[in-house]
Write a protein of this length. Structure first.
Length: 279
């Protein structure tokens, strides 16, 4: 079957499954199967696709029609200009999380030798990006999921990042207080356990451990607010991603523990989604 017809049929199938960006996603899936560029699809639309790749593409489309996220199907997601490996063991990196990276780089781009701790590393996209962008920085990344840590290790190797240590840990549990960090960064689970605002495909496929949290989504922030000071260097910083309606609640938790709200950052939709606290 020719590329043009293949895309048309796949687009129709995805549209019927309720996928809004059906045409674009059909192209993304086919590019992944063929290992080609967007330009190739445009210029070679009359090329025939061999049976092996046709079968693989049809399986990809069937998975997407069941609402499985594209990133899990093709095995990677772009973040800050780099393709990170992902699987259903980790959250899919999102553009809004790049705000955390941009905030830290704005504050620390000229610093060298920074010590960074990421709590809940997931795919590793945050800390690996920071270690690639900041000179001579090194880091520790922890996650309660051994499977997530394995994905993060693969991504570190993928980008030749060796100045990082990975540990299985329930937040600070396995982090030594002898090592102090200039930056602690986290995108913890912050969605209320009974929330109805989560996209269906997210609720169906992404790891609930990394999405949902008790106590109105605040339980992780309470843990970090209480314990982080023991792991921070003098004048250290904490950068957190938060839910779109959690600014006041999270700020209250940290101010109550003696932190100062240094800066807050808006996402692409105009909501406050990242907070920067200092000791």
């Amino acid at each position: 079957m020719k590329i043009e017809r293949l895309l048309q049929e796949a687009g129709t199938r995805l549209k019927n499954a309720g996928i809004e960006s059906y045409a674009m996603e059909a192209r993304i899936l086919l590019k992944a199967v063929l290992g080609v560029s967007e330009e190739f699809l445009l210029l070679r639309s009359q090329d025939e696709v061999d049976l092996f790749k046709l079968d693989l593409f049809e399986r990809f489309v069937a998975r997407r029609a069941k609402l499985e996220p594209v990133a899990y199907i093709i095995g990677f997601r772009e973040f800050y200009g780099r393709d990170f490996e992902v699987s259903s063991y980790v959250l899919i990196p999102r553009p809004d999380s790049e705000i955390l990276v941009e905030a830290i780089l704005e504050d620390y781009k000229l610093h060298e030798g920074l010590q960074i701790l990421e709590l809940g590393v997931g795919s590793g996209c945050l800390i690996i990006t920071l270690l690639l962008e900041l000179k001579k920085a090194s880091g520790v990344a922890v996650d309660i999921s051994a499977d997530a840590i394995e994905i993060a290790r693969k991504n570190a190797a993928r980008f030749n990042v060796s100045n990082i240590e990975f540990n299985k840990s329930d937040w600070f549990e396995s982090v030594t207080q002898e090592r102090k960090f200039d930056i602690i960064v986290a995108n913890p689970p912050y969605i209320e356990s009974d929330s109805l605002e989560v996209a269906q495909e997210t609720a169906l496929y992404e790891p609930h451990l990394a999405l949902f949290a008790a106590d109105k989504g605040l339980v992780a922030y309470k843990e970090i607010a209480i314990k982080a000071r023991s792991f921070l260097s003098v004048n250290g910083s904490i950068y957190l991603e938060i839910g779109y309606d959690q600014e006041d609640a999270v700020t209250g938790l940290f101010v109550a523990e003696g932190y100062l709200l240094h800066q807050k950052y808006r996402d692409l939709g105009g909501y406050i989604r990242c907070l920067h606290f200092k000791t």
